[in-house]
Design a protein around this ligand. Sequence first.
Ligand code: SF4
Ligand code: SF4
Length: 139
Amino acid sequence: MARFVRSYPERCTGCRVCELACSMAHDGVFNPEKARITIHTRSLERMERALVCVHCDKPRCMDACPVDAISKDPTSGLVSVDGEACTGCGECVEACPFDAMKLHPETGKAINCDLCGGDPLCVSYCRPGALEFGGTGHG
Ligand code: SF4
Ligand code: SF4
């Protein structure tokens, strides 16, 4: 069973510090477009929620990839993209039911949450406690 970053929309203030922490950790820049977590605003409810990979038990992104660039670690459950193999076709982005896969704006390769190697920075920086590293069992 994979651990993942769980979000609690009712606590999210929409500050988007999580996106900045993520892009800084992975790309060395403050740029939400490069973040592996995305804050989405539901305008009707006026509520923010974080879109982030839950490392599904049966990843639809993996099934959709025509070049087998996505794999799931049998031990940790982590779903990851092989950046060398990825062609940037975007099939995985379309297939993800959680809008958690995106294409990097510069490389064009697919990117998802990699849990920062086991200590997700977004969780550490979310002061309102809207993110938690824990839960298992999805999809
Ligand atoms: S990118 Fe989407 S479909 Fe793939 S493992 Fe993550 S949440 Fe599941
Ligand atoms: S964008 Fe990359 S990882 Fe996603 S389906 Fe296409 S080749 Fe596979």
